[in-house]
Design a binder for this molecule. Structure first.
Ligand SMILES: C[S@@+](CC[C@H](N)C(=O)[O-])C[C@H]1O[C@@H](n2cnc3c(N)ncnc32)[C@H](O)[C@@H]1O
Length: 241
């Protein structure tokens, strides 16, 4: 277990502060638009609108820091599908676009076909409606996995769509690691990137990977200047970093 790293992580912010920071800024029940890297995405009701935390992963997929070329890649909780689009364009061997929310998976497929593939060419794209990895068979092997989990530890709304997108909490990340490692879904040498802030229980998130034998390191820590610290963690199979 990476005890030294876990002990260094800050505790969660106070609950009132977390609730104030995470009040939904746009109405999830409405159709919205998102523009990034010259791409325009329509965002149907219920689908997560990417924010600055999302872009920590998007930027690194785009510049190759998270290297998916010729690798089997899963975007867990894919939402609008930006990760899947980038991975397709960066030459991932297979792109698993996973979300518990069917509309998010369908939206991702639509954007992937529009921006990456020839119409109806889904040969490298696998859309999976799944609660974490529940729908994955035993023979899947993933080289790279990314996850921007809804790990905020305070309930910021009673709207089930907001809860699904924002504040399911650390137990979802624990299940994610259980299935990934316990179900041998992560290939030897595989990498898992999880982005999470101190609005969540960072120690529980890192402990969940470390408890299951993964080595953990901080790939990035961003201080937004308002008390929020966002970490990109990299977990790896095999020897400790
Ligand atoms: C914070 S959003 C991230 C969306 C997108 N990846 C991004 O970064 O912009 C979390 C996503 O996780 C999905 N999600 C929530 N619970 C899930 C579960 N149990 N299994 C799979 N996906 C889940 C939500 O539907 C949502 O799309």
């Amino acid at each position: 277990m990476d005890r030294a790293l876990i002990d260094r992580l800050p505790p969660p912010l106070p609950t009132e502060r977390i609730i104030a920071l995470n009040r939904p800024k746009t109405d999830l029940a409405e159709h919205r638009e998102y523009e990034w890297n010259g791409w325009r995405f329509d965002v149907p009701p219920g689908v997560f609108l990417p924010g600055a935390t999302s872009r920590i992963i998007h930027d690194r997929l785009l510049d190759g820091t998270i290297d998916v070329r010729n690798r089997s890649y899963a975007a867990m909780g894919v939402g609008l599908g930006v990760e899947a689009v980038i991975a397709g364009l960066r030459g991932a061997r297979t792109v698993f676009a996973v979300d518990v929310h069917r509309v998010s998976v369908d939206t991702t497929r639509r954007h992937y076909r529009r921006l990456v593939a020839e119409p109806d060419d889904d040969s490298r794209f696998v859309g999976v409606v799944s609660d974490a990895f529940d729908a994955f068979g035993e023979d899947t092997r993933l080289d790279v996995v990314t996850f921007n989990p809804p790990a905020v530890r305070a309930r910021v709304s009673d709207d089930p769509d907001v809860v699904r997108n924002v504040c399911v909490g650390a137990p979802l990340v624990e299940r994610f690691f259980d299935q990934l490692v316990g179900g041998a879904l992560l290939a030897p040498g595989g990498e898992v990137y999880v982005v999470v802030s101190n609005t969540a229980d960072l120690r529980a998130v890192v402990g969940a990977g470390a408890d299951r034998g993964l080595s953990a390191e901080v790939a990035l820590c961003h201080d937004w200047g308002d008390g929020v610290l966002t970490y990109l963690f990299r977990f790896r199979q095999g020897s400790r970093a």
